[in-house]
Design a protein around this ligand. Structure first.
Ligand code: HEM
Length: 225
């Protein structure tokens, strides 16, 4: 186990933490989008799906146990992702003792700056989103268990929808840059792969962004009511 403290301290180890936790969070946003698509199938489908999430694992384990196991993995993934990002940005600052002069910023720094602020915006969005659609604290018409009603009445407020849409755009950029740099850390930056990984990163980011943006747009346009 002597390698462990070295790996823990190394940039490579932190990039591995970013990549593994990033993959868990990618899987979550994809799964969450697929689940939310049930909005288009009507109240029974979406509310039934939400009930399934709470009762998954029954009768082997009581209600909410599987849900909480998944939640704990997600909370750990977010915490480690933020920690590794923080550590890596300290390492890169230390490697660049002189601040950049305005106008000489290189592309990688631009990407890392959007990653940092994008990450902060996504974190703030998730906190608001939990208060809005999970706990209902900031949702004036929240009905526990009626997820369809909560989503539709929630997105009827145009400023709520606008905030959701803006956050999805930030998420899209974050997913694109995240995937691109994850492939870089994995060493897949041979010219032969570049076209492929760029295409994959774009396709995944667009899929999640357009899918998520479609929900508030569908409600505001009256397609879902
Ligand atoms: C417009 C897009 C989205 C819609 C319509 C949506 C909808 C919902 C709904 C209805 C719930 C509550 C489900 C329930 O109580 O059974 C929920 C929970 C949640 N959402 Fe979203 N969501 C969206 C985007 C996102 C994004 C982009 C993220 C993360 C970056 C996210 C993270 C979460 C989390 C962490 C929960 C709590 C899950 C739990 O532990 O119960 N959501 N979402």
């Amino acid at each position: 186990m002597a390698w462990f403290p070295d790996l823990y301290r190394s940039a490579v180890g932190k990039k591995a933490v970013m990549a593994v936790t990033g993959i868990i969070l990618f899987a979550f946003v994809l799964g969450h989008l697929l689940g939310n698509l049930k909005l288009y199938l009507g109240p029974e489908a979406l509310n039934g799906y939400a009930r399934f999430l709470r009762t998954a694992g029954e009768p082997v384990v009581p209600e909410n146990v599987v849900l909480w196991a998944v939640r704990l993995v997600l909370i750990a993934a977010v915490a480690l992702h933020v920690w590794a990002a923080w550590q890596l940005s300290r390492v890169s600052r230390a490697a660049r003792p002189d601040a950049y002069v305005a106008g000489t910023r290189i592309h990688t720094t631009y990407a890392s700056r959007t990653m940092r602020w994008g990450g902060v915006i996504i974190l703030l969005f998730v906190i608001y989103h939990l208060l809005h659609l999970t706990w209902g604290t900031v949702h004036p018409k929240f009905v526990p268990g009626d997820v369809y009603h909560n989503v539709v009445t929630g997105f009827h407020e145009w400023w709520v929808s606008l905030f959701y849409i803006a956050a999805q755009v930030a998420l899209g950029f974050h997913l694109y840059h995240g995937l691109w740099s994850m492939f870089q850390s994995l060493g897949w930056n041979h010219p032969r792969f570049n076209l492929w990984r760029n295409g994959f990163a774009h396709a995944f980011a667009w899929l999640i962004t357009l899918g998520n943006v479609s929900f508030p747009v569908a409600v505001l346009s009256g397609l879902v009511h």
